[in-house]
Design a protein around this ligand. Sequence first.
Ligand code: ATP
Ligand code: MG
Ligand code: MG
Length: 566
Amino acid sequence: TTEVTSNFIRQKIDADTAAHKYQRDGLPSVITRFPPEPNGYLHIGHAKSICLNFGVAQSYGGRCHLRFDDTNPEKESVEYVNSIKDTLKWLGFDWVDAAGEEHLYYASDYFEQLYDFAEKIIEAGYAYIDSQDADTIRAQRGQLHEAGQNSPYRNRPVAESLDIFRRMKAGEFKEGEHVLRAKIDMASSFIAMRDPVIYRIRHVHHHRTGDAWCIYPMYDFTHCISDALEKITHSLCTLEFENNRPLYNWVLARLVEVGALTQPLPEQTEFARLNLTYAITSKRKLLQLVEERQVDGWDDPRMMTLVGVRRRGFTPESIRLFCERIGVSKADSWIDMSVLEQAVRDDLDEKAPRAVAVLKPLKLIIDNFPEGHAEPCKAPVHPHHPDMGERHFKLTKELWIEQDDFMAEPVKGFFRLFVGNKVRLRYGFVIECTGFDVDDQGNVIAVHANYFADSKSGTEGSNNYKVKGNIHWLSDASASPAEIRVYDRLFTDPHPDAGGKDFMQALNPDSKHVSQGYVENSIADAAPETHFQFERHGYFVTDRLDSKTGALVFNRIVGLKDTWKK
Ligand code: ATP
Ligand code: MG
Ligand code: MG
């Protein structure tokens, strides 16, 4: 189970439990819900809400509902619904509870009931039809420090409002001709309470209800009622809804008054949303990156969508660990991207098999090595887990090394290969660099060296060689070609969209590098979405869509250490 630190939420639940507030026959005393709108793919911020809602329910022996908040038909689709369901399961959560009962809901399933409830509050004098346009209504609702202005329709007779409402439903009017407003308080210090619109006309097709409806309820009316109908106890949402809480309570209280609902009612508690540096967590802006082709789709490994982080190679365990570490508080703050990156290192360090990969190959020729000889070498699959077995590979006269491990003109402090220097070939021999070949353009195309036959790793003689550099290598006999995609952060600015900045200006022009390299043969059959630590390079995963035996593709998840600089 995932234990998310959330003291103020636990305190509230503990107090409610002590007061037997939600003691109801056959129902757990903690029922939460995760209520995404299916208008985009989930992002890393949603993971926080999922871990919190499902985590709290789990730790109190309750349950958590998945509810699609699908009341804006224009922007919603089945594609998004399916992706959200997949992602939730991938993260390790389920809307099927411990007793095998399914708790998957759609706000659109309540359209009939919401409509009946709306009629009930109209009849009780708590709502009226306003026939002004949206701009006028907005202007009349006013600003924070001045009272709003009553609509001329505020005292419209109940029978007239009811009649128009029914005709709105029957499709007699155009969009914008009428709206239904709750009749609350135009002088309230909460703007949300100044006679909010609760129903509007939309002649659009809905992905589930088709053309059955041409009026759709607004969030503030739908959400609290959906919570109540599902017998939610604790409705956890992000801080921007704090000002809507009085409205949430008002709607439910009126429905109790008219006999449509009964106590105990759900209660809303707010928590701080996740803001992650170097990332964007707004579905609208993520969509813009996709539509303007700044990324290769919603699941581009640089995107902080959950399909993106999955494709990048983040494990569900690492995302849950991240959510545990950041906790849940009442104050908005920024979490550094390095916290997420460290979570995946900490998850994979103990479980990812090790392997050698040469990302940018350069030929090494060991001139004094016997022609045709293949020296067997071995290494553990995991340095702390001998039970994971051993890897075997052959060292030959010609090898692939990393371009970066050689310098024709070594800079100060460089202690790997340059002419005259000695390094160890990991798990193999010590070699001394003797020269290099260049092509017509002056590019280094091969490095020459001699080896010391008595220096093999694991033998007595190896102790006589003290070298600073220890580089990895692969021989053709033991290597498979692979495409390697090295990703970096998508933005160079830690707060790419803060304060209304244009985040498109903050794109990192160097966030994706693709190279053709080699990986050791022991992983040539790796299934899609298998995680490895490539020695000296970092954590990698076989791409879940593109990688196949014979055409391997690896994505870099993160480097071994936090070395990211601007
Ligand atoms: P967006 O602004 O990207 O459209 P949203 O909040 O409108 O996001 P919903 O699909 O309505 O997206 O979100 C479902 C749930 O996830 C809500 O309860 C919301 O509060 C929560 N959530 C969304 N973004 C974050 C975030 N950055 N941190 C924590 N919770 C979040
Ligand atoms: Mg929302
Ligand atoms: Mg939104």
